[in-house]
Design a protein around this ligand. Structure first.
Ligand SMILES: [Zn+2]
Length: 183
């Protein structure tokens, strides 16, 4: 911890501390057990499928850690996670949850938000009855092109800053109106 008060949660410190050390490109790393993305970590096979456009934001940017090791109570688990993440921006931790990494807090938050939305629609598509199997995954060339178009159109870092700003102002307005919410 370089600023603020209190003590970091111990398992978070072992993971995040090592991740920042091993992967200097990562300026913000968020780890969550958000429900839809976590469900993708609890089923067999590749977690995120290239079925829908929202998922394609992450095309070529994901990795999977297949080996759940229990709680992280020393640095070795953080090193293991950093290795599993490699060049990816999203790491699915099997039997556990997800980790997203980015060059800024806004981009990491943006990744989390769209990852959860992509996971949600994928799970809905997968939960149709057996007569209605999900669509075919998008072919590699189209998936790659779509990913590039999304990056160009969104000018990612800037759009992530705007998204985070609008969420913060929405939260402020709720607070001002005395409406309780979890944040
Ligand atoms: Zn966790």
């Amino acid at each position: 911890m370089i600023d603020g008060e209190g003590q970091p949660e111990v398992t978070a410190f072992f993971i995040h501390g090592r991740l920042h050390k091993q992967l200097p490109r990562v300026k913000a790393a968020f780890h969550t057990h958000m429900p839809n993305a976590t469900v993708l970590c609890l089923i067999e096979g590749p977690p995120l499928l290239w079925l829908g456009q929202t998922a394609l934001k992450f095309y070529g940017r994901t990795a999977v850690d297949e080996h759940y090791n229990g709680l992280a109570l020393d640095e070795s688990e953080g090193d293991h996670i950093a290795r599993a993440m490699g060049d990816a921006d999203v790491l699915f931790l099997k039997n556990h949850g997800v980790m997203v990494a980015a060059a800024s807090i806004a981009e990491a938050w943006d990744n989390l938000y769209f990852l959860e939305r992509a996971a949600e629609v994928q799970l809905r598509a997968m939960s149709r009855d057996e007569q209605q199997s999900p669509a075919q995954p998008v072919l590699h060339e189209i998936a790659q092109r779509s990913y590039e178009q999304i990056q160009i159109r969104a000018a990612d870092a800037e759009s992530a800053q705007c998204n985070l700003k609008s969420v913060k102002s929405g939260m402020r307005q709720l607070r001002e109106r005395g409406i309780a919410f979890d944040a």
